[in-house]
Design a binder for this molecule. Structure first.
Ligand SMILES: [Zn+2]
Length: 254
C-alpha cells in the first residue's frame, strides 16, 4: 500500500485548490497534526466526533473534510465538545485537513461543480458578478423546467427531501446555485435574472424574500449539497498518489 507524507498531501492540496486565493472563515489545510505519513485517508463532510470515531475504527492516518475547526468568532478554548474531538485526533495521531471555500469553488472537484454535474447544469458564469474565484454559479437550461419538476429532480439526485418556496415563473430557464448555507445569496441570483436559486439551508426570512423578489427557492440540504466536493477531491488524491481514500458519510438531515 502506498504512503505519502503529510507535507506532500498538504502541498499538493494547497496548490491544486488554489488555497492562497481565498479569504476564508477558517484555516484551509492541515488543522491538526498527526502521523508523519498517510496510507489511509478518510474523507467526510464535517469533522464531527462520529467521523473521528469511524476514522479510528478504519485505522486511518488522516481525515480530510469540508467543515473543519477554528471558525472565526468561535471560542478558542479546547474544552467540552471541541476538546473531546481534538483530544481524540491527537491521541490517535490523526491528521486533520480541512478545505472550505476552495472546495466549494474548485472548477472540477468543487461542491458547486459536483451539484451542477449531478443536475446536468452547464455552468455559464459566476453567481456573484465578477467574483473570482466564483463561489456559486448560474446556468441557462437547454430545456426549461417546471418548478415542481425541479424539486423532484433535486430530491431524487441528492436523495434528500427538498423544500421549495414558490416565488418565480411557471418555467425555470435560468438557475443559480451555491451549496451549503448560501440562502442569503438569493439577491445575487435575482440580480443575475435567475428564475430559481438552489442552496442547502433556509431561513425564515428566505421565504418572504423569495416571494417578494419573484424567484423560486430550493433548500436542498447543506450536507446533501456538500458531499460531492470531498468525494471528488478524495478520488483525485487516490489517483494522484495511489493511497487508499475512503469517504465516510455521517448522515445529517440538515
Ligand atoms: Zn458548508
Amino acid at each position: 500500500m502506498s504512503r505519502i507524507t503529510r507535507q506532500q498531501l498538504q502541498q499538493w492540496c494547497h496548490r491544486e485548490l488554489s488555497v492562497s486565493q481565498f479569504k476564508d472563515y477558517a484555516p484551509n489545510g492541515l488543522q491538526v497534526e498527526g502521523k508523519a505519513d498517510i496510507g489511509l485517508l478518510v474523507t467526510g463532510v464535517t469533522a464531527c466526533e462520529a467521523l473521528i470515531d469511524a476514522a479510528i475504527d478504519a485505522g486511518a492516518d488522516g481525515i480530510l473534510v469540508h467543515h473543519g475547526y477554528f471558525w472565526k468568532g468561535e471560542a478558542p478554548e479546547l474544552t467540552g465538545m471541541k476538546g473531546r474531538r481534538i483530544r481524540k485526533l491527537m491521541q490517535h495521531e490523526l491528521n486533520l485537513f480541512a478545505y472550505h471555500l476552495p472546495l466549494d469553488a474548485h472548477g472540477e472537484w468543487g461542491n458547486n461543480r459536483a451539484l451542477a454535474d449531478r443536475m446536468n447544469w452547464r455552468v455559464s458564469g459566476p453567481l456573484i458578478a465578477g467574483q473570482q474565484p466564483a463561489i456559486g454559479n448560474i446556468a441557462d437550461l437547454e430545456q426549461p423546467i417546471e418548478a415542481h419538476a425541479l424539486q423532484l429532480q433535486l430530491t431524487e439526485q441528492l436523495n434528500h427531501p427538498v423544500q421549495w418556496i414558490a416565488g418565480g415563473p411557471t418555467h425555470i430557464r435560468r438557475i443559480g446555485w451555491c451549496t451549503g448555507a448560501a440562502q442569503d445569496y438569493l439577491e445575487h441570483a435575482v440580480a443575475q435574472g435567475c428564475d430559481a436559486f438552489v442552496s442547502g439551508e433556509i431561513s425564515e426570512r428566505t421565504v418572504h424574500e423569495a416571494r417578494e423578489m419573484g424567484i423560486h427557492y430550493f433548500a436542498a440540504g447543506h450536507h446533501a449539497t456538500e458531499k460531492g466536493g470531498v468525494q471528488r477531491l478524495g478520488q483525485a488524491i487516490a489517483a494522484e498518489f495511489g493511497i487508499q481514500v475512503e469517504f465516510i458519510d455521517i448522515p445529517n438531515p440538515v
